[in-house]
Design a protein around this ligand. Structure first.
Ligand code: SF4
Length: 196
């Protein structure tokens, strides 16, 4: 099973890993695990679907630009804990993200005591190359559509055209081969489709 393979490989690379059957179970786990902290949240449909901002805000100080505007990005960068999803996860353990503004990918590299990646089963692909393909040709076009960008992928929604549009949202790509030094990193795997 893909999720189990990913779990074993991520643990071998040094990540903490939790696996859940449903998003509701994962959300309840995170709601219990993150308490009394400052929490930054990246732009994430997965986080939105799990209503983690609403849950965590009840007992943490949460900074999320989707809820409270662009200025929250700066505060989120300085939070103790950071919460995001990914655009692709290889079962071999590589974590792939594409970003436009860069706040989300920057926070997965440096600046927080702990980073949580919440990942639905739809984000998994067997290999690094296939996970990269997924990030570029599935996740990014869907995000461009969500943002109503004037890009060929948003119009057709079928693949990445490696566009030269001024509204191109794909500006930077990060691949985590392992947890970054000095940062605790936990992957929360969910056996349900979450986000895109
Ligand atoms: S590079 Fe351009 S065409 Fe490709 S996914 Fe990003 S915005 Fe869409």
């Amino acid at each position: 099973m893909a999720l189990e393979t990913a779990r074993k490989n991520l643990e071998a690379l040094g990540y903490q890993v939790q696996t859940f059957s449903t998003g509701a179970e994962a959300a309840a786990y995170l709601d219990a695990a993150i308490d009394g902290k400052t929490v930054g949240v990246g732009g994430s449909v997965t986080v939105q679907e799990l209503k983690l901002y609403e849950k965590l805000s009840a007992h943490n100080t949460v900074f999320w630009h989707w809820a409270n505007g662009a200025a929250e990005r700066e505060k989120a960068m300085r939070a103790e804990v950071y919460l995001t999803s990914v655009n692709g996860l290889a079962e071999t353990g590589e974590i792939i993200n594409i970003d436009g503004a860069g706040n989300r990918v920057a926070s997965t590299l440096y600046g927080h005591r702990k980073v949580y990646f919440v990942i639905g089963s739809n984000k998994l692909a067997p290999t690094y190359d296939e996970a990269l393909w997924r990030a570029r040709n599935i996740a990014a076009p869907k995000n461009a559509q969500r943002l109503q960008c004037k890009t060929p992928c948003a119009v057709k929604g079928d693949r990445c055209y490696d566009c030269k549009s001024p509204e191109r949202i794909c500006r930077g790509l990060t691949v985590l081969w392992r947890p970054m030094m000095g940062v605790e990193m936990e992957v929360v795997l969910v056996d349900e489709a979450l986000g895109y």
